[in-house]
Design a protein around this ligand. Structure first.
Ligand SMILES: [Zn+2]
Length: 315
């Protein structure tokens, strides 16, 4: 009696779970392809094998079009996103996707495409890691409001000096000020800044990704925090970033991916939409359903610690 009840409950639970899976569209979020603070090549291969077996990839822009139209979501759809446009997305991720016939959305930082400039935050992280000779996990706002920190490879929190320039870089409304801070840090550490081409995809490489069926997405002009206090500069840069996307890839629906993955300002969604972007993705954990706000899409962060298949999504 008890056994059959348990079986019934399990059967109902299983059905609910399967229906739930069909209703939800997971948007996977990856950063650099590396074993510390990212998903390494082996984890990427495991993830993409799973996606090729169980899902059909659609791009973020295609998903936004479906959401805007209120159409039924395709069954077993998944969106794969890569943030920041680092060079390993071209050298490692793109071939791994191509080998499995999958498409993805690549969030590109505007200044790396035409100016070949380094986003200050990424230049900063590069300098710290080069000086230390190893990789770190970096802490970002709102943690920075309390104190700057990075995590070492074992996940141990390491506090930086009180006058660590990371906070100033992140919050600098003035990109020139942020660049000055990075340059000064490089001089202090005695490490020259690398060429942008060493760290980020070039415009030609980004266009080759698009030609191969992938999709570009805006990710701000210099990876500024959308909640930075200087709203005027942020708005100007947001519109400039949309122009960069059109200049680089032509007029098409351009998705946006929030730098630092989120916003605390309720009017930001409308500003992103007004600038011309078709949707925006956060790093808030979860999947997405019909009727969801296309400018607050949830994603599932994937790194070496994430089990594949990723855990079921309840919300
Ligand atoms: Zn980013």
């Amino acid at each position: 009696m008890m056994d059959s009840l348990v079986k019934q409950v399990r059967a109902v639970g299983g059905n609910v779970y399967r229906r739930h899976l069909r209703r939800d569209v997971p948007i996977l979020c990856l950063h650099r392809i590396r074993d510390v603070n990212g998903a390494g090549p082996a984890k990427l291969a495991e993830l993409l094998d799973h996606c090729a077996d169980r899902y059909q990839t659609i791009t973020l822009g295609e998903f936004a079009t479906i959401l805007h139209a209120g159409r039924a979501l395709p069954r077993n759809a998944v969106v794969i996103t890569f943030d920041d446009g680092t060079i390993d997305h071209f050298t490692l991720a793109a071939p791994a996707l191509a080998a499995r016939g999958l498409s993805a959305t690549f969030a590109l930082i505007g200044c790396t495409l035409f100016e070949r400039a380094l986003p200050p935050l990424h230049a900063y992280m590069h300098l710290i890691e080069t000086a230390a000779g190893r990789s770190f996990r970096f802490g970002f706002p709102p943690v920075l409001a309390e104190r700057d920190w990075i995590l070492d490879a074992d996940g141990k929190r390491v506090l930086l000096a009180d006058d660590c320039p990371l906070r100033r870089i992140v919050q600098a409304g003035d990109p020139a000020l942020a660049a000055d801070v990075v340059t000064a840090l490089g001089e202090t550490l005695g490490i020259p800044l690398p060429d942008a081409s060493d760290l980020f995809v070039t415009l030609d490489q980004a266009r080759a990704l698009v030609d191969a069926g992938h999709e570009p997405a805006g990710h701000s002009l210099r990876h500024q925090d959308v909640d930075e206090p200087d709203r005027k500069t942020w708005l100007r840069d947001l519109h400039a970033d949309f122009d960069v996307m059109n200049d680089a890839f032509g007029r098409r629906p351009h998705p946006y991916i929030y730098p630092f993955g989120r916003t605390r300002s309720p009017d930001v969604h409308a500003r992103i939409r007004d600038a011309g972007f078709c949707c925006a993705a956060t790093t808030q954990w979860g999947a997405n359903r019909r009727g969801d706000d296309p400018f607050a899409l949830r994603r599932i962060g994937i790194d070496n610690r994430t089990p594949i298949p990723w855990p079921p999504i309840y919300r």
